[in-house]
Structures are given as structure tokens and as C-alpha cells.
Design a protein. Structure first.
Length: 265
């Protein structure tokens, strides 16, 4: 009986050993497959496991906004107002006060590409009456300017004409006689100055330089009778007036304008 039970037990043990071996094989196979899968995942992560960067939706920029931005950049590029109704060339009226030799001037001023400027102006002196002498003065100029630093400072030169008229009277052989002299001078005006210009186009300025006389002509006239024009007193007065006019026509004068105001469009 014992032998029979031993045989049965051996048989059961062999069966259990086979079952155990089979289960061990299955488990080892599963472990190997899982290890292989983990190895593949480490070497080449799948798209599903890759981190996805969040997308940021930027607001769309319209063409109108782009145009406005470019216009703002253009207006802020350079000194003062650099663009107007004529594109990169701005121009407008200018008024000058407290100047010499012409205390008052008015004209048109322009500036282009923030480097170059030009202008045209007319100056005058109200009629002055010194005792028996009356003086009238006017002039016109064409101006060119260069702004080397694209700022307020400039170097300039003007070319034009000035006209001076003087009249007086005295007595020749008991007769009242009037004299008049008209002096026309070609002038050249090198100068330097400043134009402080705002973004709106309003500007203030001042300038200093010299007024050089390049050539001049004078015309003398009188209402004296023909019989008196040979008189010594008359001839002496005529010579004196013409000599003073000639000296003035060849004189270099200081040029300055202490207050200039204008607006650029």
C-alpha cells in the first residue's frame, strides 16, 4: 500500500513539476515581452507619450494697423516734423522780428529729408525821418541751408538785393532844393542758426551772420532848377550824398534775427 501511495505521490509530483515548469515558462515569456516593450519605449518614445507644446494664438495684425505703425515710425524718425503734404519735404510761412539790417521779414521756408532747407523772404524797414532826412529800406533773398546733424543747427547762405532810398533838402541861393539817392546792392549773406521744430510743425529760430556787399549802383536825383545845378553849394551836397551812398553800398554789415516763428505743413 505504501509503495502504491509512493508511486501515486511520485506521479503527482511529476505532474506538479510539469505544471510548475509550464507556468514558469509562461511567466518568463511574459516578463521578457514586457522588458522588450519597455526597452522599445525608452529608445523611441511614441508620439502619444511625447509632450505636446501648447499653441499660442497671436492676434491678427491688419494692414491698416501696419500702415499706421509705419507712419508713426516715419513721423518719429528724425528731428521735428519730417513729413507733410509733400511727403519728405515740409514747407510753410515764416515771420522774422528783431533783426538787422532788416528788422522785419516774412517769407516761405522749406526743409527736405531732414538735411536740406531753402527759403525766400522779403524784408523792409518802415520809413524813418531823421530831421530833414528820410530813409526807406527793403530787400529780398533766396536762401539755402544745410542741417549737418539733422537737428536744429544749420549752416546757410543767402543771395539777393537790398534797396535803400534817402532824401533830404536844403537851400541853394534862397531856393528850397530836394535831393534823393537810390542805392541798389547785391548782397551775399553767410550765416548759421537754429530751427527748433516740433512734431506739429510749429518752429522757432534765430540766426547770425554777415551781409556782404558784392556790387552796388546808385542813382541821384534832385528837383533843383537847371540854373542851380552848377552852384557850388548844390555840387558839394550832391558829392557828399553820392560819396556816402558809395561807402554804404560797399560796407559789410552784421546780420542777425533774434526771433523767427513759422509753421511747416
Amino acid at each position: 500500500m505504501i509503495a502504491v501511495h509512493v508511486l501515486k505521490l511520485e506521479r503527482y509530483m511529476k505532474i506538479a513539476l510539469l505544471i510548475t515548469s509550464f507556468l514558469t515558462f509562461l511567466l518568463s515569456s511574459q516578463s521578457f515581452a514586457e522588458a522588450k516593450t519597455r526597452s522599445k519605449n525608452l529608445k523611441a518614445p511614441s508620439p502619444e507619450s511625447s509632450p505636446v507644446e501648447p499653441r499660442v494664438n497671436l492676434p491678427a495684425v491688419s494692414k491698416e494697423t501696419t500702415r499706421i505703425t509705419k507712419a508713426d515710425e516715419s513721423n518719429n524718425d528724425g528731428y521735428g516734423k519730417t513729413e507733410g503734404v509733400a511727403g519728405p519735404v515740409v514747407f510753410g510761412p515764416i515771420l522774422t522780428a528783431a533783426g538787422f539790417p532788416s528788422p522785419f521779414r516774412f517769407g516761405i521756408d522749406a526743409r527736405g529729408y531732414n538735411y536740406f532747407g531753402m527759403g525766400l523772404d522779403y524784408g523792409f524797414l518802415p520809413t524813418l525821418d531823421f530831421s530833414a532826412v528820410k530813409i526807406k529800406y527793403n530787400s529780398w533773398r533766396v536762401l539755402g541751408r544745410f542741417f549737418p546733424f539733422q537737428g536744429a543747427f544749420f549752416l546757410g547762405v543767402g543771395f539777393g538785393k537790398q534797396n535803400l532810398t534817402g532824401s533830404s533838402s536844403n537851400t541853394v541861393q534862397t531856393a528850397a532844393v530836394s535831393y534823393s539817392i537810390e542805392l541798389s546792392t547785391t548782397i551775399l549773406t553767410p550765416h548759421l542758426g537754429w530751427r527748433w521744430t516740433g512734431q506739429s510743425g510749429l518752429f522757432f529760430g534765430m540766426e547770425f551772420g554777415l551781409q556782404l556787399a558784392s556790387s552796388s549802383t546808385s542813382t541821384f536825383s534832385s528837383d533843383a532848377a537847371t540854373a542851380l545845378q552848377g552852384d557850388a553849394t548844390f555840387l558839394a551836397e550832391k558829392a557828399k550824398i553820392e560819396d556816402e551812398a558809395r561807402k554804404l553800398g560797399n560796407t559789410t554789415l552784421p546780420h542777425f534775427a533774434l526771433l523767427q516763428i513759422g509753421y511747416l505743413f
